[in-house]
Ligand binder design. Structure first.
Ligand SMILES: Cc1cc2nc3c(=O)[nH]c(=O)nc-3n(C[C@H](O)[C@H](O)[C@H](O)COP(=O)(O)OP(=O)(O)OC[C@H]3O[C@@H](n4cnc5c(N)ncnc54)[C@H](O)[C@@H]3O)c2cc1C
Length: 476
């Protein structure tokens, strides 16, 4: 991977400074291409970024982003740019009921000894008071059916139909499938293809305790990407900020692309378009005619967005000592205790972030309604909230947060090779097999970089392999 390409003077423009664009840019810079990373905004990160929120005068993430041990390409990208040690990892998930009763899910471990996968999580599930015995048996049945890789790959069923067919109880539906799995995929169960849910179950709960470990950044997300900018600068490459790309033109004579940005024109031999699907559609619609361009546009049309909202609350005191929790039976789903996860903030009170996944009704609330509703629900889980003073609050609505993964969506996810010469596609929505996540974005960047070096006649491997299943899962 570290071998330099014989590429002196060869240049590539990567359009879009999200995780997909950054991972492609850094991989290509590593093998000697001169990279121009062009970003519309004044900072990197795209849908996974942070900024100074003027209303609360704090640097906040647009939303808490979590990754898992199975996100090998994202972790590989963080390692490449030297920021992997800024992640905090945990193996435990605490579920809380509105009366405050807690259940812990996570691997059974005593010191370095634990049960082999996929049994590592069984003791905590059996002890979890959030689920009745009937719920636990139903979950066990469904996990078994989803265990074998490939078994459901060609299923065209929705998760909702599949769960009904597998006789899931109300508790299992509401407290596990809707809350944990559907919110990880950020859609409702009637709009999720079974293979994507099965992938989540296998990776997070069955393959190994390492694959299911949850990672969170201990610094604002944009601080991670300072590593990417340094990495590029150290290799003769650079980032162009505030440079919306408006058009791309191909010159057959010089075999180069000219890239028209708001601030002027750039040129390069190669181009990687690392944009979300709607921005890719807008740009590619203005491209010269090419075989397969119509089919690509038809694929893009099939994609749909789902919203995600986060409510950021600053209290005058600590309301819980838990670093994070899953909140059951209410509209708020996930709690992240940022004061614990980011102690450098040195707050006298506390800062918590609540995440509401895939809820179009919550996204329709006004700022005041959303904050009031969230604080009321939070008080049901943590009574201290009733006495605490809310010092400031912010609501971040991301209406176009993630793309949906309904049955049939794989046919609408294009490969990195595009219909145009020397132009490649990346972005979480392209053909990675992963749902809308930072891992999918990092994979797409690595795949586009591989396709580009292949076309340049010096194929390189950037895609990092999946974590190998452990324990008994090795034999499944
Ligand atoms: C609220 C929220 C919560 C999420 N939570 C998680 C999570 O917990 N875990 C997880 O793994 N994933 C999560 N995701 C999904 C994850 O953020 C995305 O899958 C990933 O960041 C997508 O990266 P990308 O590079 O493909 O696209 P983007 O991040 O959208 O990057 C595209 C970039 O292109 C730029 N751009 C657009 N048009 C142009 C143009 N014409 N010229 C130049 N630049 C342009 C944009 O400004 C942007 O920076 C979440 C997303 C949101 C919004």
């Amino acid at each position: 991977m570290s071998a330099e390409l014989d590429n002196a003077g060869k240049s590539v423009t990567v359009i879009g400074g999200g995780v997909a664009g950054m991972s492609a840019a850094c991989a290509l810079a590593e093998v000697g291409l001169r990279v121009q990373l062009v970003e519309r905004r004044g900072y990197l990160g795209g849908r996974a970024s942070s900024y100074l929120h003027p209303g609360v005068n704090e640097v906040i993430d647009n939303c808490q982003h979590v990754l898992f041990g199975c996100c090998t390409n994202l972790v590989g990208f963080y390692r490449r740019i030297g920021v992997a040690e800024k992640l905090h990892w945990t193996r435990d998930m605490t579920m809380i009921e509105p009366d405050g009763r807690r259940s812990r899910l996570g691997p059974f471990e005593i010191g370095r000894w634990g049960l082999p996968a996929p049994l590592h999580g069984t003791p905590s599930l059996m002890r979890a008071r959030a689920f009745s015995l009937a719920d636990k048996l139903a979950l066990g049945r469904a996990f078994r059916a989803m265990m074998r890789p490939g078994a459901l790959d060609h299923s065209s069923e929705t998760l909702g139909d599949w769960l009904r067919r597998h006789k899931q109880t109300r508790g299992a539906m509401d407290r596990f499938w809707r809350l944990v799995v559907a919110s990880a995929l950020n859609a409702d169960i009637e709009n999720i293809a079974v293979p994507y849910a099965a992938k989540v179950i296998r990776e997070l709960f069955m393959n190994s305790a390492d694959a299911g470990a949850m990672g969170m950044s201990t610094v604002p997300l944009s601080e991670l990407y300072a590593g990417a900018e340094r990495y590029l600068a150290g290799r003769g490459s650079r980032v162009f900020y505030n440079s919306n790309v408006e058009a791309l033109n191909w010159d057959e004579g010089s075999r180069k692309w000219s890239i028209e940005t708001r601030n002027g024109t750039l040129s390069s031999e190669y181009t990687v378009v690392a944009l979300p699907f709607e921005a890719a559609r807008k740009l590619l619609a203005k491209m010269p005619a090419a075989d397969g361009a119509g089919a690509l546009m038809a694929k893009i049309e099939k994609h749909e967005h789902w919203p995600l909202c986060s409510v950021h609350l600053w209290f005058d005191r600590e309301i819980t000592n838990l670093p994070h929790a899953v909140l059951l039976d209410r509209e708020i789903h996930w709690l992240y205790n940022k004061s614990k996860l980011q102690p450098w903030r040195k707050l006298t009170g506390s800062y918590v972030e609540l995440v509401v996944s895939a809820s179009r009704s919550f996204a329709a609330l006004s700022r005041e309604q959303a904050i009031e509703h969230s604080v009321c629900e939070l008080a049901e889980f943590f009574p201290t909230v009733k006495e605490a003073k809310l010092e400031k609050a912010a609501l971040v609505k991301e209406v176009r947060a993630t793309f949906g993964v309904p049955p049939g969506i794989d046919a609408a996810r294009p490969d990195s090779v595009s219909p145009w010469p020397q132009l490649f596609l990346a972005g979480d929505w392209t053909n990675t097999g992963w749902p809308s996540t930072m891992e999918s974005a990092a994979r797409s960047g690595h795949l586009a970089a591989e396709a580009l070096t292949n076309a340049a006649g010096a194929a390189q491997m950037f895609l990092l392999p999946d974590l190998k299943p452990k324990g008994l899962m090795r034999f499944v």
